[in-house]
Structure formats: C-alpha cells, structure tokens
Design a protein around this ligand. Sequence first.
Ligand SMILES: [Zn+2]
Length: 243
Amino acid sequence: MNEMNPELLASLSKYGQMATYGLAVLAVLILFGHLIKLLITKDYKAKYDYINMYEIKLLWRASLLLIIAGAIYANTLVSESGMLWFFVRIFVSTMFAIIAGVIIQNILKFYYPFYIEKRLKYLRYEPRISPDGRKMRLLSEEEEDVYLDEGMQAEENAFSIDYDVWIDEESGYTHIEKYNGRLTALKCSECNYQTLKVTNEEIIQSPTVTEEGELMKHYSCGYCGHKERKSFSIAKLRQEQPA
Ligand SMILES: [Zn+2]
C-alpha cells in the first residue's frame, strides 16, 4: 500500500487547484476592496481612522490566504504517486507556509507600523479646509482650550485622548477632531521600536476642588514585552460658579 490510487490523487489535485484559485481570488478582493476604500475616502480624519483600524488586519488576512493558497498549490504540482511522498510534500509545504506566515506577521507588526505612522501623520496634520474653501490652522495645545468644553479638556488632561482644533481665522469657523492616543504607539525605551502602547489607565486619586488627582498609565511593548507605568496628575476641579 505504498502507492496512492491515481484517480484519488488526480481529484485531490483538481480540488487543490480550485481551492488555490478560490483563496487567491479572495485575497485579491480583500486588497482591492481596501484600495478602493482608501481611494474613495476623501476625508482625512475618516481615512486616518480607517487605516488605523483596518489596514494591518486586512493585509494580514490577505497574506494568510495567499500563503495557504501557495501551500496547497505546491502540493498539486508533483505527480509522484508514492504515499510517503504525499505526506512529505504536505509536511514540507506546511513548514514553508508557517515560516512565511511568521516572517510576514513580523513585518506587519514591527516594520510596517513605521510606514503607517508616516501616512497617519500626514493625514492628521494636513491643513483642513473650511466650508468657505479656506485652509484652516491647527491650534496649539495652549490655544485650543478655549474651544474645548470642560469634559473634553478633562479627557485630554487625564486620558490618552487628543482633540485637534482647526480654525478658519477669517470666519472663525472651528472644526474639532478626536484622536485616541491608545492607538498610537510610542518608542519603547528597551528595544527602541515604535511599539509601546497604553494598555490601561486607572485613576489612583480623583481630583477635588483643592487637590490634584493622580492617574496611572500602564504601557506594554508589543515587540519585547517591556512594561512600564507613568503617573500623571489630573487638574483640580474647577470651583462651581455661584449662581
Ligand atoms: Zn520594546
């Protein structure tokens, strides 16, 4: 029983090729869909959020499908009909698929974010256009407070949230965008990769009217696993205005 039934082998090969094409088409559709979405999303902020949330996930999914397709395809190429060869081919192609998967995963996790970060920076800081068609100006941290309500300011001061305030200096029109600092990676002090992210924020001490509060941010590095925490102070509560 060292030979495999040639008919069985032929039909396996046929189905293998069909699966290969199916998976490859699916991968191409994912990539194509992503490209279309990037092209039709004109709003900078919407594009920023979309890239931030989905780009790496979609690239990983497409890569995975292509790797599996490649591995299946490799098994349909050889016509050697020995049973042993059949299993050796499956084993070797699986190993290659795993190696390819690990390499691509590492690229997407540790190198690709640099490239994404660059595009995100552009999308975040490229001047917004006011309804009147004028270029708006991004206010600095000090200038923007006037335009943020108290809740927004508290969020900014305490949590990993950034509000960008754009202003049309001629008409006074303002446009506010909210950014989640938890999604943005910082440079890790251990491995120097830009893979340090906030994992948790806890209020150690709530602020009162007389005293500042304390907030602890916990960070974790996605590359080397380095963990650190930093304490931030939360501004005193404002005295209620007497009615
Ligand atoms: Zn690190």
